[in-house]
Design a protein around this ligand. Structure first.
Ligand code: AHM
Ligand code: MG
Length: 336
């Protein structure tokens, strides 16, 4: 039995000049995850379901658990002192820890504290998504360059899924590993070592209700998924939970593709680049899959804004390449 803490330390020992700061940071995320897991599990009893009465920067009504999860992660990262600033879906601006110790911290964390929160009330799996960047400047106040880094600079990407069991899955660029939470001893234990996604899967996940607003390439791909072709195991099956973490996690383990495209109404799609698309893209690539905005690699996109949105096509490599081929052939890129 190997715990998350042991695994992280072991991995870091292989890194020359490792100081233990990154290990501590990841362990702080693990601690916050346990607290949020507890809150999610007893939400119906603890009076923490429903809306907070506030609206976030994206214009979405914040749920009580959105706010609670955000506070728990910020608290854990602040007291852990390895993180200089946080970008969160729930905070309009960058949260900068400008005190004596954390001013010199090396890392920036981008966070979707509670992804899929529309599913909270109905016991459907929800999650937390995190991305860890190394600062460009140290010893000064956090700069714009520290915060707005492309996915290629990512040090770590991961998520926690609060599902039928709770799992933490992460990568530091050396494969993807998953840890299942054992509530009897309060530990994340290595259960899914070196996760790989199949080159082609049998699942496509997309909110088809928006079909009429989709680009032509996506419409063609949906039809392709539905065609009868025994040789390529089509028609595929459709599965859509409406919680990126859950849809991505299932497709990662089973093989498949998740798509949230740009639409006529929302040319940039819905998902946020820095704390939804990028960490998931890093995980997908590390598992042997692919992540694209329909035309190019997610990790290459240079962010201009912390809450920037981006279309997402992610999962099994050959499936993402097929839809990219159709997007190029029927170019209706609504972003232009
Ligand atoms: P959230 O971070 O506010 O929960 O929104 C992101 C979620 C994703 O988890 C999910 O895949 C998507 O929004 C669902 O959107 P839709 O209801 O438009 O299909
Ligand atoms: Mg989200």
């Amino acid at each position: 039995m190997k715990t998350l803490v042991e695994f992280v330390w072991e991995q870091q020992e292989n890194v020359k000049y490792a100081t233990g700061e990154f290990s501590r940071l990841l362990n702080d995320i693990g601690i916050a995850a346990k607290i949020v897991n507890r809150d999610v599990n007893r939400a119906g009893l603890a009076g923490i379901l429903g809306f907070e009465g506030s609206v976030n920067v994206q214009g979405e009504n914040q749920k009580k658990l959105d706010v609670l999860a955000n506070n728990e992660f910020i608290k854990a990262l602040r007291s852990g002192k390895q993180c200089a600033a946080i970008i969160s879906e729930e905070n309009d601006d960058v949260v900068i820890f400008d005190d004596e110790t954390t001013r010199n911290a090396k890392y920036i964390v981008a966070l979707d504290p509670l992804d899929g929160s529309s599913n909270i009330e109905v016991n459907v799996p929800i999650g937390t998504i995190f991305a860890i960047y190394k600062r460009k400047s140290v010893g000064t106040t956090v700069t714009r360059e520290d915060v707005l880094q492309a996915g290629t600079e990512l040090v770590c990407g991961g998520y926690i899924i609060y599902g039928s069991s709770t799992m933490l899955v992460y990568t530091t660029g050396n494969g993807v590993n998953g840890f299942t939470y054992d509530p009897t001893c309060g530990l994340f234990v290595l259960s899914h070592e070196n996760i790989k996604i199949g080159d082609v899967g049998g699942i496509y996940s997309i909110n088809e209700a928006n079909y009429i607003y989709f680009p032509e390439g996506v419409k063609k791909y949906i039809k392709y998924c539905q065609e009868d072709d025994p040789e390529t195991n089509r028609p595929y099956t459709t599965r859509y939970i409406g919680s990126l973490v859950s849809d991505f996690h299932r497709n990662l383990l089973r093989g498949g593709i998740y798509i949230y495209p740009g639409t006529l109404k929302n040319p940039q799609g819905k998902l946020r680049l820095m704390y939804e698309c990028v960490p998931m893209a890093f995980l997908a690539e590390q598992a042997g899959g692919k992540a694209s905005d329909g035309f190019s690699r997610i990790l290459d996109i240079q962010p201009e804004d912390i809450h920037q949105r981006c279309p997402l096509f992610i999962g099994s490599k050959a499936m993402v390449e097929k839809v990219e081929e159709l997007m190029a052939a029927h170019s209706s890129d609504f972003r232009k």
